[in-house]
Design a protein. Structure first.
Lengths: 259, 276
């Protein structure tokens, strides 16, 4: 009974998805829609099942670009946020510049990265990183700043060093915001990876979509999109799992224990 | 620490002749700029506090009592005048001082024990040397068994007790308390008042206790500093000649009532509370 009730959310999702797939399959068959316009889900899945090696290679490549780009964005973003919060001068220059460049659609920069970094993995990773870094920096900065004045007074009254205030007060206090930024960032990194593969690339799921389009192989394009959806969901939940594991104390994670 | 240097029922004038004050506040002004307009938070504040003395500062909100505490703590600069702790001008937080704030400001991600020990870490001391003392302090405050719990598992009163343990962990000579019980319910507040009175009686720390509660101020203090606002200034200093130790029941005595009435009357004459 308890398990049945707890799985209600999951059951609802499965039922809705199954209904959609059935509706899609049924409509394609019923109205005889041609495959290059809208392939039936059975054809899409069949394409993946028949080419497991091809699809896993492309997925792994896109995942690699996403994760490396995300890692760079995460480390760079958090270090930048710490520097911005520590220095009034950096706050006025670097942070202002960052907010201004955030208004530029980063996708527009993709062709430039190809000019600068060539057509290998580097430009794709760079695009993934540059798109992912903004939500991370902005959330981390906000989190590092959002410390109680009295907490800082307490630290100062105990003669705490600036480094201790940063590492023992500001940083842990900012972790929930950093994770919020990271969850947006990981999705953005995947978008960046695909954009990178669109503008220059011979590998990855983005490239698969592009080449399928050229040959009207819609089933293959849909297969790549389906895999991207699965990939995006997995990486997002991995970040969320890590958050639960790191922040057992946070208000959003508390059980019914205590007050 | 000069425990027992000052007889506990002496009038302020009596301190001055015997020894140098522990804290000396002389002609202190504090002016803020709010939207470019200067606001005088403190004007010409003069107060000497003897070592081992318990001073309550009572006043309406906006009278600058918390500002005064933060200036003594070295957390805010003064605009003019002079504040000395042990004959040293206060330019940074003095050594041997701990502050308790109105909000407990416990760190959510640290256990109770780790919250008490954070001050040890801030001061660059070795945790190991203080763990035993931390556990003993928690025990004294009825918190044994909570060392490995997290702040959100504790009630407001328990959290403030943890904040007091944190302040006491390095055994400071000077304890500055900024409306520490202001956010608690009346019964918890009584408990903590009684505990603080006992703590002071046993350790004779120099305490500056900010409050807006007249009863609390009189119950705890050797002298009550009554402040007025616009601008923040000292209206009167009332010596409290009630013997110690003081059980909570002392608040029902006629003597106690006279002090409370006197201070309330002072506020009434300043138009800060309605006259009885």
């Amino acid at each position: 009974m308890n398990l049945w009730r707890r799985s209600e959310y999951a059951r609802t999702v499965v039922i809705v998805l199954a209904a959609l797939v059935l509706l899609w399959e049924g409509s394609v068959r019923l109205f005889g829609i041609r495959s290059f316009l809208l392939p039936a889900p059975s054809i899409v899945v069949a394409d993946i099942v028949q080419h497991p090696l091809f699809f896993s290679e492309q997925s792994v490549y896109t995942l690699y670009v996403t994760l490396v780009g995300f890692a760079i964005a995460l480390i760079g973003g958090i270090l930048s946020a710490m520097a911005i919060v520590s220095s009034r001068w950096l706050d006025r220059t670097f942070y202002t510049l960052l907010v201004a460049t955030n208004a530029v659609p980063k996708v527009a920069l993709a062709p430039l990265f190809v000019i600068w970094l060539g057509t290998g993995g580097a430009p794709k990773i760079a695009i993934a990183a540059i798109i992912a870094v903004f939500p991370i920096v902005i959330n981390a900065t906000a989190g590092l700043r959002a410390v109680d004045d009295e907490m800082i007074d307490l630290a100062r009254s105990a003669k705490a060093k600036r480094r201790d205030i940063m590492m023992k007060v500001r940083f842990p206090n900012a972790l929930p915001s950093m994770f919020a930024g990271a969850k947006i960032g990981i999705s953005f990194a995947l978008i960046g990876a695909i954009v990178g593969e669109f503008v220059a690339g011979e590998r990855g799921l983005g490239n698969v979509i592009l080449t399928s389009q050229a040959t009207f192989n819609s089933a293959r394009a849909f297969a790549a999109i389906l895999l991207l959806g699965i990939l995006g969901t997995i990486v997002f939940f991995v970040v969320e799992l890590f958050e639960r594991w790191t922040l057992p104390w946070h208000i959003s994670q508390r059980s019914d224990r205590g007050r | 620490m000069t425990v027992g240097l000052v007889p506990k029922h002496s009038a302020p004038a009596a301190h001055a002749g015997r020894s140098l004050p522990y804290i000396s506040i002389a002609n202190v002004d504090k002016v803020y700029a709010v939207d470019g307009n200067p606001i005088t938070a403190l004007r010409d504040v003069n107060l000497d506090i003897a070592a081992g003395e318990f001073i309550s500062v009572v006043g309406p909100s906006g009278c600058g009592k918390s500002t005064l505490l933060k200036c003594v703590a070295g957390l805010q600069p003064i605009s003019s005048g002079n504040i000395e702790v042990q004959q040293q001008p206060v330019v940074a937080p003095p050594d041997n001082m701990a502050v308790v704030f109105q909000r407990d400001v416990l760190l959510d991600w640290r256990t109770i024990l780790d919250n008490v020990l954070i001050v040890v870490e801030f001061r660059g001391l070795r945790r190991r040397d203080y763990e035993e003392r931390a556990l003993q302090l928690l025990k004294n405050y009825g918190l044994d068994g909570y060392a490995n719990r997290y702040p959100w598992e504790l009630s407001g009163g328990m959290r403030q007790r943890v904040a007091i343990c944190r302040a006491l962990i390095v055994d400071p000579e000077l304890l500055l308390m900024d409306e520490p019980f202001g956010a608690l319910d009346a019964m918890t507040r009584d408990d903590l008042n009684a505990e603080l009175e006992r703590l002071w009686y046993q350790t004779r720390k120099t305490v500056m206790f900010i409050t807006h509660g007249i009863d609390e101020a009189v119950y705890l203090a050797d002298r009550v500093v009554v402040m007025a606002r616009n601008p923040g200034r000292i209206a009167e200093i009332v010596p409290i000649d009630i013997p110690r130790p003081r059980p909570l029941s002392i608040r029902q005595t006629e003597d106690f009532g006279k002090y409370v009435h006197h201070i309330r009357h002072l506020f009434a004459s300043m138009g800060l509370v309605k006259a009885e």
